[in-house]
Ligand binder design. Structure first.
Ligand code: DGY
Length: 325
């Protein structure tokens, strides 16, 4: 069958696909241009894509033979699953494998923001570290503080496990409450969102992007946070109203932030990069050699199994497609 791969994959993973199928691969870093995607998809049965490819009805209408969309990544707001389901196309993702790595990144941002790691690094490189001084780059303690986790799914729980090692008090707000045993194991208490915002020293976001979570953090929410608190976002940019956040950071409504994702990625809200009290990463939450390799393997496996007509391990719409048959 014919397969379109819109991203660079490890060569051994690409050859796994090429052993069974005819692959049109895009072996470059910038996202595949929409125009090219619309052109290349027309005769394909399989598609391996990622967050930078918007797979909507327009793309699907051009792909009458498409059977499987294997997303490289766990988030799937860029895929119109309903439109795919209507056409009987399986959609898969790569959950689980990036949980711990993304939690590491969230913790890296917590520590970097609170301990001013990036500012300090910049100062040293500029040759401005001339002497030790008692008030030089004073940050905030992380250990023993209160961590507020919004979204207690796999990644939120992995962040909570790390926070226990820092003797943090853990409060959380989530659509689904953990079972009592889970709360006990993580020493985490479920609280209303307002309580979390008012009490947490670090608010970390781990919700998917949905119509309900878009701009979950707006001016009202940021103003509820402590003026000494930090906001950490490794989830999705549009969960935060970025213009409001920039104003809040500038005016000292909150003390700082650590961001891996942006509202209009890769564009940034003007003013964000002028601020010293924010640490900025280029959406690299899952970017380790091990995790990105595993994501590629999982996406390829989902694709290959789906193209054989079997149930891919991580199919998001399998039941719905079976119902339609
Ligand atoms: C994910 O897996 O959703 C990452 O954010 C990369 O898309």
């Amino acid at each position: 069958m014919k397969v379109l791969v819109t991203i660079k994959l490890p060569p051994e993973v690409l050859s796994l696909i090429a052993r069974e199928h005819q692959v049109e691969g895009y072996d470059a870093d910038p996202p595949l241009a929409r125009r090219q995607l619309l052109k290349s998809i027309t005769d394909k049965e399989g598609l391996l894509c990622t967050i930078t490819d918007r797979i909507d009805a327009e793309v699907l209408d051009r792909a009458p033979a498409l059977k499987v969309i294997a997303n490289y990544g766990v988030g799937f707001e860029h895929l119109d699953i309903e439109a795919a389901t209507r056409r009987g196309i399986m959609v898969t993702n790569t959950p689980g494998v990036l949980t711990e790595t993304t939690a590491d990144a969230a913790f890296a941002l917590i520590l970097a923001a609170a301990r001013r790691v990036v500012e300090g690094d910049r100062r040293v490189r500029e040759g401005e570290f001339r002497y030790w001084a008692p008030f030089l780059f004073l940050g905030q303690e992380v250990h023993g503080k209160t961590l507020g986790i919004i979204g207690m799914g796999r990644i939120g729980q992995a962040v909570a496990r790390r926070a226990r090692g820092f003797a943090m008090k853990i409060i959380y707000h989530s659509r689904t409450r953990l079972a009592p045993a889970g709360e006990q194991e993580l020493q985490a208490s479920a609280v209303p969102l307002e309580t979390l915002l008012r009490e947490a020293d670090f608010v970390t976001l781990h919700v998917p992007l949905t119509p309900q979570t878009r701009h979950l953090m707006g001016s009202r929410e940021l103003e509820m946070m402590k003026p000494t608190a930090y906001l950490i976002n490794t989830a999705r940019g549009p969960v935060v109203d970025e213009a409001v956040l920039v104003a809040a950071l500038r005016q000292g409504v909150i003390r700082g932030a650590g961001l891996d994702v942006y509202e209009r990625e890769p564009q940034l809200t003007p003013g964000l990069t002028d601020l010293d009290n924010v640490v900025l990463l280029p959406h690299v939450g899952s970017a380790t050699v091990e995790t990105r390799t595993r994501m590629a393997e999982m996406a390829a496996e989902n694709l290959l199994v789906g193209l054989r007509g079997d149930h891919p391990p991580n199919c998001l719409n399998w039941a719905e497609i079976q119902e339609k048959k």
